[in-house]
Design a protein around this ligand. Structure first.
Ligand code: PCA
Length: 197
């Protein structure tokens, strides 16, 4: 085993019954690295608390967090997480923060420490549409990314971490005009990304 990697997805949220970010990793196995998989709740603060506990326990080399970004047409590694909460739909515990900092007096933003350009290039070389995103939004995914990068920075840890948004899958949008990516493609992307460390 080369590296220890925590890979996370999310539970469904809003009106969705499944979340591709968990479906794409739930059966994932690697011959190369030691993989720890987690399905996190779509709840401000809580998702990161759970993941931080796991990071303390497992001391991974890498943390790759996945989330759904319905409407996107590519797999999009996020470049930056911002210190902000602002949402139009409630999280899974009914919270709906507006115009709030995540952590007062903390940095405005943190950059992903994953090799995001390399990940995009590798996916595209495998015919999987991919591109960098410059905004993870202001909902729970951004919250998780920000809190994890802030924890790693303030604790001075040598862990690489970042967030990757993925499109809807067929089951979610078969009856609409929305874009989807096949689950098998997302699963292949998860393997390529995890095995690249
Ligand atoms: N996507 C949401 C939260 C959970 C998920 O999968 C987001 O982009 O914030």
């Amino acid at each position: 085993m080369n590296k220890k990697i925590i890979i996370t997805g999310f539970e469904p949220f809003g009106t969705d019954k499944i979340n591709p970010s968990w479906e794409m990793i739930r059966d994932f196995k690697s011959d190369k690295n030691e993989i720890i998989k987690m399905c996190l709740p779509v709840v401000f603060g809580k998702a990161s608390e759970i993941l931080i506990e796991k990071i303390k326990e497992e001391k991974p080399d890498v943390v790759v967090m996945f989330g759904q970004a319905g409407g996107r047409k590519k797999i999009t590694p996020e470049r930056v997480a911002i210190n902000f909460r602002d949402c139009t739909i409630k999280d899974n515990e009914g919270n709906k923060p507006q115009d709030k900092y995540i952590i007062k007096n903390a940095p405005a933003a943190y950059f992903s420490t994953l090799p995001i350009k390399k990940i995009c290039r590798m996916l595209k070389n495998n015919f999987i549409p991919s591109g960098i995103s410059n905004s993870a939004g202001t909902y729970v995914c951004n919250d998780l990314m920000y809190n994890i990068l802030n924890y790693i920075e303030t604790e001075n840890l040598k862990i690489k971490a970042g967030f990757i948004h993925v499109p809807y899958i067929r089951e979610q949008v078969f009856n609409s005009e929305n874009f989807f990516m096949e689950l098998d493609i997302l699963k292949k992307a998860a393997v390529l990304i995890a095995d690249s460390f």
